[in-house]
Design a protein around this ligand. Sequence first.
Ligand code: GLU
Length: 387
Amino acid sequence: MCGIVGYIGCKNNTEILLNGLKELEYRGYDSAGIALLHQDKIEVYKALGKLNNLEQKIQDSNIINNHTLGIGHTRWATHGKPTELNAHPHLGEYSYVVHNGIIENYKELKEELIKDGHKFVSQTDTEVIVHLFENFNNKLNNTEQAFNKTIAKLEGAYSILLISKSQPESIFFFKHGSPLIVANGLEEDEVLFASSDAPLIGLANDVVYLEDGVGGIASSNGIEFFSENITWATLPTSKQYAQKDGFRFFMEKEIYEQSDVVTDAMLGRLRDDEIDFDEFDASLIDGIGETKICACGTSYHAGLTASYLFERLSRTKCSVEIASEFRYKEPLMTKNTLFIVISQSGETADTLEALKMAKNAGLKSIVVCNVDNSSMTRVADHTVLTR
Ligand code: GLU
């Protein structure tokens, strides 16, 4: 996941936000942006690619650094391509939002908002948040209520910072799923936000690692939380330590975060309805006593994982073979074996040859691949398309 930063205070907002985003660079991102507010004017800068591009754009704009608050974001696209238009912050009519995570019910919300006359310009799920906020605010004329009503409508994982000309001295914030930290700055009247420790080190000591479901409104007068369960903590002092989440080595950290990384990578990219099991020809598995999965590379590793599920669910033995080895080992092939091959393209040469061998030996076969009308789909008895 990508990064969020926010700042309220009299120091150079642009510099603090850009420095904060730089501290989050190691997490990966495809675009970046910041929104800065001065009195009731909001300036926004966005750029595709590395932060240098954003920095350059800001320098070229002859910016006057007199802002009192700002929000910034590095995006890792989940909904909509990595483009400047899809980069955060996202604008409604008079408010901006940055968001980490995924709004699962964004389609329904977007349809309702379009009916209400809202115009969308990006392909992101995020844009619904700012329109929803303005939709409520236009009706209620109360920013706090509008923000809370917005949150109540959102489903999914989200950390949000929102600023609005209708309450120009404040940053609205909320955490659900993705991490968010709020901090009192070292200087009086300063409040900072970040999605991990590193951007805050050296600028703050006292922080709240927000729990899920906690939000509030911050201004130079202080931080007002919507709920009671707030615990203040002391920020670690070492950036290296913070970036490594307390682990001694980056490698150790990466080993421990594998399951989170895999979960994050899948967020928003899996659909329940992708495979149409109704079309599956049940006669294919009649008389099957064993399953063999055959593939190469990443597909082989996917096969290893799948084999656990196959065996667990079908209660028949399931083995996995590397296709390039399988071809040359003069394998024993019994007709009660279901032969499954996995290949992104449906063309992987070793896997295709293994499939042909199985077919010639009279085995029933299934190919799992991304491409219809590939060499493997023409040979196998049944195709499961994965996209
Ligand atoms: N879902 C949002 C998007 O695609 C936020 C992604 C992120 O966490 O960077 O823009």
